[in-house]
Design a protein around this ligand. Structure first.
Ligand SMILES: Nc1ncnc2c1ncn2[C@@H]1O[C@H](COP(=O)(O)OP(=O)(O)OP(=O)(O)O)[C@@H](O)[C@H]1O
Ligand SMILES: Nc1ncnc2c1ncn2[C@@H]1O[C@H](COP(=O)(O)OP(=O)(O)OP(=O)(O)O)[C@@H](O)[C@H]1O
Ligand SMILES: [Mg+2]
Ligand SMILES: [Mg+2]
Lengths: 257, 257
């Protein structure tokens, strides 16, 4: 049975897509069959692994959510042999409004992914920067949620509404939803604010914060322009190495349980 | 009659709030009576000028949009004598879903702000990172839209869907909506990617890109933790100065017409 991991935070630009793409790539080089699901209308995770937004011949997550095609038809291979992609399309923008009036509106992703449970070891879902119906669908479908936290003031402010939403999902729809952990991103050691935010986050969240910290590293922001995860674009970079380390830390926790 | 300016981009973390807060503050020290409207459930612009998310006694933009209180009751003073705030609250998260089934759902902000048109010279609206009903309300109510563009690859990718949405609003609802301009943000001169993105943006968008470029400057990310715009926290910083320059460039264009 696949573990389903959502990468979520309604604060924008905190590193959700960069984390989803590079965690999925790191898990795949540990030879775990991994599916990256792009649930963001911006389709950044799709282009981050070299996919075409919209998918080939319109085979994408939007059409799966709308029940027009079975999920298996939308799954694509990537440059990494154990990594597969379920691409997003721009018309996902309309999905939030369309879902409002649909039956089982928050379960549609869980039901759509169910046929794939036996085919993958891990499913990683990238979310848009909001707590709307797309993110709710992802949290409903997931075993756990990983929260990227940019080491900035506004990002810390947003944590409480995210935890409130996670609690709401746990009470109502998905009682087993766990917090996989909070990962500090874009950490710039020269910057006082980054140290302050990191200390405050560890103070409040204790061991829910991963030991691995993702540094600000220009290779991480360059790699999407080449359509590659960092470990294919600049494997020796601190950025690529920190995500390999994060994946190892997460898997070690899984094996320990 | 107030000029209404929306700061929008569905890409997250590109500097929408930082631009809204610091442009509004810069306009206010030019002694233009300015209202900052926070339409983002994260309420970052509210805390960026020292306000309390939710407003005093629940007087905020959510209750104004729902028709529960008149807009004048929600307007607050700030530390700057010509700057006023219309605060956001966390329950704006639910507004997108609630608005879907309401009458005149995309015009509610325009109608709510109408009574204030004579009281302010400029109204600046900060938006959440999405193209949902809150951002559509802002674009419907506005004379023009300013687009912060982070000098990164993913941010450039997102421009085309934003322009498509602006065109849609222009055709359907607000034919007079102009593009105020695209402002390059978090520009790090040591970083090749930033130069590449800036060149590409100027190549495609030509003089729609402001001459003023906002540099990456730590004072801009520190000032929100003090509840102050940069010109009150560190007026001599390159960050604060670049926003004063941007406001001057924009006002010069207004006076030239
Ligand atoms: N550790 C890092 N070092 C340097 N740049 C980074 C790092 N992580 C992410 N970036 C860059 O910062 C920007 C924001 O990251 P990203 O797009 O992954 O965030 P996001 O949370 O997915 O954004 P959105 O809210 O729009 O979905 C991107 O341009 C990305 O390339
Ligand atoms: N020029 C700059 N230099 C350094 N830091 C900046 C700059 N502009 C913004 N920041 C910081 O980068 C982060 C993202 O900026 P901001 O929150 O303004 O973006 P946003 O587009 O409003 O994000 P969201 O999509 O979540 O609304 C914030 O922590 C902010 O303090
Ligand atoms: Mg993203
Ligand atoms: Mg913002």
């Amino acid at each position: 049975m696949a573990r389903i991991l959502t990468i979520a935070n309604q604060k924008g630009g905190v590193g959700k897509t960069t984390t989803a793409v590079n965690i999925a790539a790191s898990l795949s080089v540990m030879e775990k069959r991994t599916l990256l699901v792009d649930l963001d209308p911006q389709a950044n995770a799709t282009s981050g692994v070299g996919g075409t937004p919209g998918g080939d011949a319109e085979r994408n997550i939007y059409r799966v959510l709308m029940g027009e095609i079975p999920v298996a038809e939308a799954v694509r291979a990537t440059d990494l042999s154990y990594l597969f992609l379920l691409p997003a399309s721009y018309d996902l923008i309309g999905a939030e409004i369309e879902l409002v009036t649909m039956e089982r509106r928050e379960r549609r992703l869980a039901e759509a992914l169910a046929p794939l449970a036996g085919e993958f070891e891990v499913i990683v879902i990238d979310c848009p920067p909001s707590l709307g119906l797309l993110t709710v669908n992802a949290l409903f479908a997931s075993d756990s949620v990983m929260i990227p936290l940019q080491c900035e003031y506004y990002a810390l402010e947003g944590l409480s509404s995210l935890f409130r939403t996670i609690d709401r999902i746990r009470e109502g729809m998905n009682p087993l939803l766990r917090i996989e952990g909070v990962v500090l991103t874009m950490f710039d050691a020269r910057n006082n604010l980054a140290h302050q935010v990191a200390e405050e986050a560890r103070g409040i969240l204790k061991d829910q914060v991963f030991q691995t910290v993702i540094p600000r590293n220009v290779r991480l922001s360059e790699s999407p322009s080449h359509g590659k995860p960092a470990l294919l674009y600049a494997v020796a970079s601190r950025g690529a190495q920190s995500y390999l380390e994060l994946a190892r830390e997460m898997v070690t926790r899984w094996n320990a349980k």
